[in-house]
Ligand binder design. Structure first.
Ligand code: NDP
Ligand code: MG
Length: 386
């Protein structure tokens, strides 16, 4: 790409929390970045507004009813082509003019569009972790084969990526992921039985979508991130650790074989990681103010309590089992959180659903993508019937 050309970006999940932070980065760096495609599930008015503001030529609504509504309401600009469904997502992820696809949809639905984008030779900025927990082996293999960049946008993985860049793999000892511990980090254990969706969708440090906010409370999020780190950085489970860090300023650590530890710091805003990925390997001024050491502040660290966070233990176990176990963990968690948010399950049932699903669905090698998607569907059905 000539130095003067703008990098052309496709944003899947444009109307969400990561989507909104990405739009802030795009506004600040419109001289370097151009939005050529956006997708959402059903928020058609919000997506149309983005198309108007950024003059986006391609948009997709995966939800067919929302697509029909948008067509009838005629809210999109005349020169924005509007597609729909999974085929629309795949089409927009493989646009000939696109350089990079930022995957910020929520859940495993991101897997097929991401694989299609990789096959089409696009670089990927990956915020969505569920797709890597489901299909990590296939995504990593395809990215290597096609020689595309898989840029970690999840803040912990982005931190690690920044810390280990330029260091040979054999110098790396372990990775330590920081976790805020969520909103119930210090709550009396007894009180957890009464947690409501309203309580579990408020995070003390981060402003995020509802699913990941619940995942942060249960620490299923950190479990998913351990598996994500396993795929992105190629380390075995024994070399992946978690530490509770309530302030969310240190975004993770990389420890080297000589005992030196590197960290990346910034305030809890996703714009830092998003911008790092979109401009990579370039850098430019950030859109949010960074950590100011002239003001006194504290950084605390402590080991996680697995009794309080059974989802974290279940994720470790699934990661060690390997094969389809992480996919089963992810599918069960997605359904459990969906049911909890719909007031169909108690908060403390979330780990029970995951445990039950891992017991019921047999773990196998899942050598093909089809086999894996079949197991994913089976696990969702088991979790639904809990
Ligand atoms: P949100 O719920 O805020 O947004 C999700 C976005 O994805 C929305 O634009 C939604 O559209 C769209 N979407 C959902 N399902 C589909 C689908 N089937 N097809 C097309 N679009 C779809 O989620 P977040 O932004 O919080 O999280 C997105 C991903 O990034 C998750 O995997 C999360 O784990 C990860 N992540 C998020 C962080 C954060 O700070 N929020 C931090 C690190 C990782 P619609 O509005 O129409 O529903
Ligand atoms: Mg994270």
């Amino acid at each position: 790409m000539p130095a003067s050309a703008k990098k052309k970006v496709v944003l899947l999940g444009a109307t969400g929390s990561i989507g909104g932070s990405t739009l802030r980065v795009l506004r600040a760096h419109s001289d370097k970045l151009e939005l050529v495609g956006v997708a959402a599930s059903s928020s058609h008015r919000e997506l149309a507004a983005i198309c108007h503001e950024f003059h986006v030529p391609h948009a997709v609504l995966s939800d067919e009813a929302a697509y029909a509504e948008a067509k009838a309401a005629n809210t999109f600009p005349a020169n924005s082509h509007l597609g729909c469904g999974e085929s629309g997502l795949i089409e927009i992820s493989t646009l000939p003019e696109a350089d990079i696809v930022l995957v910020a949809v929520v859940g495993a639905c991101g897997l097929k569009p991401t694989l299609a984008a990789i096959e089409a030779g696009k670089d990927i900025a990956l915020a969505n972790k569920e797709l890597l927990v489901l299909g990590g082996a296939f995504v990593i293999e395809a990215a290597k084969r096609k020689g595309v960049r898989l840029l970690p946008t999840d803040s912990e993985h982005n931190a690690i990526f920044q810390c280990i860049e330029g260091h040979p793999q054999q110098h790396l000892d372990k990775l330590i992921l920081t976790a805020s511990g969520g909103q119930f980090r210090d709550a009396p254990l007894k009180s957890l039985a009464k947690v409501t969706p309203a309580d579990a969708t408020q995070h003390p440090n981060w402003s995020m979508g509802p699913k990941i906010t619940v995942d942060s409370a249960t620490m299923a999020n950190k479990g998913l991130e351990l598996i994500e780190a396993h795929w992105l950085f190629g380390l075995e489970p024994e070399r992946l650790e978690v530490v509770i860090h309530p302030q969310s300023i240190v975004h993770s650590f990389a420890q080297f074989i000589d005992g030196s530890i590197l960290a990346q710091l910034s305030p809890p805003s996703m714009t830092f990681a998003i911008q790092h990925c979109l401009l990579y390997p370039d850098r430019a001024p950030g859109v949010d103010a960074t950590t100011d050491f002239r003001k006194a502040f504290q950084l605390d660290f402590k080991a996680p309590d697995f009794k309080r966070f059974p989802c974290l233990q279940l994720a470790y176990d699934a990661m060690r089992s390997g094969g389809s176990a992480p996919a089963i963990f992810n599918a069960a968690n997605e359904i459990a959180v969906e049911r909890f948010l719909a007031h169909d399950l108690a908060y403390l049932d979330i780990p029970r659903v995951i445990d039950h699903t891992l017991e019921k669905v047999e773990t196998s090698a899942a050598a093909t993508l089809e086999a894996l998607l079949h197991i994913d569907a089976e696990a969702r059905a088991v979790a639904q019937s809990f």
